[in-house]
Design a protein around this ligand. Sequence first.
Ligand code: E4P
Length: 227
Amino acid sequence: MKFFIDTADLAEIRDLAATGLVDGVTTNPSLVAKTGRQFLDVVREICAVVPGPVSAEVTATDTATMLAEGRKLAKIAKNVTVKVPLTPDGLKACKVLSSEGTMVNVTLCFSSAQAILAAKAGASFISPFVGRLDDIGQSGMELIREIVEIYRNYPHFKTEVLVASIRSPMHVTEAARMGAHVGTLPPAVLRQMFAHPLTEKGLATFLADWKKTGQSILADGEKVAAE
Ligand code: E4P
């Protein structure tokens, strides 16, 4: 399963990219607005930090303007993935941009019917929003199960299921069990995934016992190379 991080915050992206676990980044207009920075600069900088797909969303609602925006975004860097909303105009733009060799992420997917349309439009990624479905009392994970099952029935669909609106590590593990290709994780959720109280407790015990031996693996003055 690939991990994208769902943020436009460069400091967070640099910090988490250093783990070696980040395969891509997703942004959206709300995340960009939070940074208070110029969108195009932010996209350029993220693309330089993370070599994998970086989703940058168009803000037009008609196909012609979406195409103009998408082409401009795609010129920023090879790894830009143009994000379009799941609307008739968005899917028309998806089809054209995909045929030009640009990766497209179709966002705001809330049904498996919509996911079928995105695959037929040649999307590289479909983004079903699990948390927002849970919020209205529907099962976000059930939607992931349906889309993964449907796409498996049609091996010529090349669209990857990118689980979005993730709220907890459980969303990530359930999506992985279902075989979703990608999860886009808020930074806090990725950090939560490292944590387990027994890991911390066990490590404290090991270190305390090691201290009693009076030994050290590295001799005095032995160099520690920079990461
Ligand atoms: C996905 O690409 C979206 O940016 C994101 O996952 C939306 O998540 P939210 O529902 O937490 O805003």
